[in-house]
Ligand binder design. Structure first.
Ligand SMILES: Cc1cc2nc3c(=O)[nH]c(=O)nc-3n(C[C@H](O)[C@H](O)[C@H](O)COP(=O)(O)OP(=O)(O)OC[C@H]3O[C@@H](n4cnc5c(N)ncnc54)[C@H](O)[C@@H]3O)c2cc1C
Length: 502
């Protein structure tokens, strides 16, 4: 049987593209290697002997894009789906070595909090935040029209022109700047403020202020103001809701089905070969996997220019994660759900020096046995040392145990009573992410949003250069997060719907 479209991977990017095109009447086959959809934004269930269970979010825990006009909201309205989400306020707390900063979404509360938390250069910092919010507002307005970014063809450029209103043209001089450039311009040297900004950028732009593109960074620093959400039942509810919509609209979804190769004939993607050897054909192929994986699946058919572009990407991150089931007694009353902890001002972020802790809201009783909570803790880590350690089981296990201890030490800043209350503990490394999400070397979170890899210079859906092959997901514009990959999926949907998938 031939399909209009084969989509590789039921992560949020692939799934959203598949669901939108199935709704538009296309014959879509979605192939997913795992037993659940969602990829890095999924969950896993751990049963206990007494029949109760935990639901742990594997990666993503905190979601944007569900506010009116956000990417997930657009998809929900378009597909007539309902995502059960609850807005969180405050968005999170950031624990610096000598102070705690509460990241409110509400403007006045956040303004008051930042003045209180960083008093030493408050007036200059206000000018910085004002510029950040103004630039972010322009960025959001631009994103609202789902512009064809980066423009890859003359028709993309023509489509982009109406979106280039005067305020967006005013953004152009900022294209090459970094966030650090803007901090310097305001003479902001306050170490605590700069660490706070670095830490917030690390989780949203994957690089600190010294490397983060200012336009992208201004939007990334704005996520709390736009609204962040908890998804009832855990992260996998987003993907399961999309999968239900896809199947309702006639889509075909095969789990436990790994694509081993993208078939290319005369320079055009024409189908896929599965690990089982079966070959399937379609008019168009959508790869909902990272660009590293696209190159691997293309093998010798990966154009040289694509391979070179990938080789030029500066090192990307992996993640080390800790999944904990803990007694409610470990959690101080009234504590918000999300926390970022920076252990030391003097050590680079990541590698355990900045961790992100997510508890599910107490009201969601589906996530843990009565009287307990499910927690995900993560830190950015370089993947190489994990693969080196993995060559010898005992070395790998020792490294895992050592890192789990680091993470627990850092988590105790927020949850001082944690250790005696741990009922379940499991850790995940780049090796685990590679195994469960199929991502090359367990690289997660897409590309660091440096000026040379951001905005007009980021990769787009035609990044591979192979006709009939479209890339969605967190390595193409606008980057990582469930909302960002949804934005990229909407672009591919619009492109393919317009072409009639021929
Ligand atoms: C630790 C961590 C924390 C994060 N925190 C947040 C957060 O709080 N909020 C947020 O919005 N984002 C967060 N993110 C980022 C977010 O999860 C990702 O950017 C996003 O989910 C990526 O979606 P994707 O569709 O691009 O790819 P993926 O999620 O990687 O999905 C790819 C899918 O393709 C499947 N697949 C791969 N290869 C094949 C193959 N050969 N054949 C068939 N199927 C295949 C995989 O099994 C997977 O289901 C986090 C990520 C991590 C790792």
């Amino acid at each position: 049987m031939s399909y209009d479209l084969i989509v590789i991977g039921a992560g949020i990017g692939g799934l959203t593209t598949a669901a939108l095109l199935a709704h538009a009447g296309r014959r879509v086959l979605l192939l997913e290697a795992h037993i659940e959809p969602g990829g890095c934004a999924s969950s896993y269930q751990r049963k206990r002997p007494d029949g109760s269970h935990y639901v742990f979010d594997v990666g993503a825990t905190l979601f944007g894009g569900f506010q009116p006009g956000g990417a997930h909201d657009w998809v929900a309205k378009h597909l007539n789906l309902r995502f059960p989400v609850v807005r969180l306020e405050p968005a999170m707390q950031v624990w610096l070595p000598d102070r705690v900063v509460t990241r409110y979404g509400e403007h006045d509360a956040w303004q008051e909090e930042r003045r209180r938390a960083f008093p030493s250069q408050a007036a200059a910092a206000e000018r910085f935040w004002h510029n950040q919010e103004t630039l972010a507002d322009w960025g959001w307005q631009f994103a609202h029209h789902f512009p064809p970014m980066p423009p890859e063809t003359p028709s993309d450029l023509i489509e982009l022109l109406p979106a280039l209103r005067p305020e967006l043209i005013a953004m152009l001089p900022h294209l090459e700047r970094t966030v650090a450039h803007e901090l310097r311009r305001h003479r902001l040297t306050d170490r605590a403020l700069r660490s706070f900004i670095d830490a917030q950028l690390l989780i949203s732009a994957q690089v600190p202020a010294s490397a983060a593109a200012w336009i992208f960074g201004s939007v990334a620093l704005d996520l709390a103001r736009q609204g962040v959400f908890y998804v009832e039942g855990g992260a996998w509810t987003i993907a399961r809701t999309l999968a239900d919509g896809f199947i309702r609209d006639g889509g075909e979804l095969r789990y436990r089905t790994r694509v081993a190769q993208i078939l290319v004939e005369r320079g055009r993607a024409v189908g896929v070969r599965l690990e089982s050897g079966e070959e399937l054909r379609a008019k168009q192929i959508v790869a909902g996997v990272s660009v590293w994986d696209v190159a691997r699946l293309l093998g010798p058919h990966a154009p040289h220019s694509f391979q070179q572009r990938i080789a030029s990407i500066p090192e990307a991150w992996g993640a080390f994660t800790l999944y904990l089931g803990v007694d409610e007694a470990a959690i101080p009353a009234g504590l918000p759900e999300h926390h970022q902890v920076i252990h030391s001002y003097d050590t680079p972020l990541g590698e355990g020096n900045s961790i992100f802790i997510s508890l599910h809201p107490r009201e969601d009783t589906s996530r843990a046995p009565a009287g307990q909570r499910a927690i995900t803790i993560s830190t950015h880590t370089r993947v190489g040392p994990w693969w080196q350690a993995h060559t010898e089981r005992s070395v790998y296990d020792a490294r895992k145990a050592e890192w789990a201890e680091h993470m627990l030490n850092a988590a105790e800043v927020v949850l001082p009573n944690l250790r005696p209350h741990i009922r379940y503990q499991q850790s995940g490394t780049p090796v685990s992410f590679a195994r469960y999400t199929g991502r090359e070397q367990g690289l997660v979170g897409g590309l660091g949003q440096r000026p040379a890899q951001s905005g007009f210079l980021s990769m787009g859906p035609r990044a591979s250069g192979v006709a009939g092959l479209w890339v969605v997901g967190d390595s193409i514009f606008p980057g990582q997060s469930s909302a960002a990959v949804t934005q990229g999926a909407i672009r591919v949907y619009r492109l393919l719907r317009r072409r009639g998938v021929s």
